[in-house]
Design a protein around this ligand. Structure first.
Ligand code: THU
Length: 132
């Protein structure tokens, strides 16, 4: 699904991205999760000089929500504010699997300023997923 006008949640994710720690890639990402209790929790990507030790914004937002007691997440909004378009703003495979653990239903993605917003179900982004 495509959307034009940014929702308050999309604006919140964009604002969160301003605090991203991304000195290596200069690709800032912010995420907001909405828990099943309606709580909103943010996260940003946190990079590291040892590149693989970096954390994505989605993983960071989900970890923050879990630390606050959440076990189910309805929606995650991801704002890749340095992406040229929405196509370059989709979550990586690892983050999709992390979303799956907490039953994320909807994934909203958006790129840099003025880019479109797209909404997907996690089933669309991660079909035939692994689960125990
Ligand atoms: N990144 C995220 O935080 N989320 C995404 O959906 C895409 C990629 C981060 C990882 C790394 O810090 C930077 O963006 C470039 O890959």
């Amino acid at each position: 699904m495509s959307g034009g006008h940014p929702s308050p949640l999309v604006n919140r994710a964009r604002e969160a991205a301003l605090a991203a720690y991304a000195p290596y890639s200069e690709f800032r990402v912010g995420a907001v999760v909405v828990t099943s209790d309606g709580e909103e929790v943010i996260g940003v990507n946190v990079e590291n000089a040892a590149y693989p030790s970096s954390t994505c914004a989605e993983a960071s937002a989900i970890a923050n929500a879990v630390a606050m007691g959440a076990r189910k997440i309805d929606t995650i909004v991801v704002a890749c504010i340095d992406a040229p378009d929405v196509e370059a703003a989709y979550p990586c495979g690892r983050c999709r699997q992390i979303m799956s653990e907490f039953d994320v239903k909807n994934v909203v993605v958006t790129g840099g300023r003025g880019t479109r917003t797209r909404t997907h179900t996690l089933d669309e982004l991660l079909p035939h997923r692994f689960n125990l």
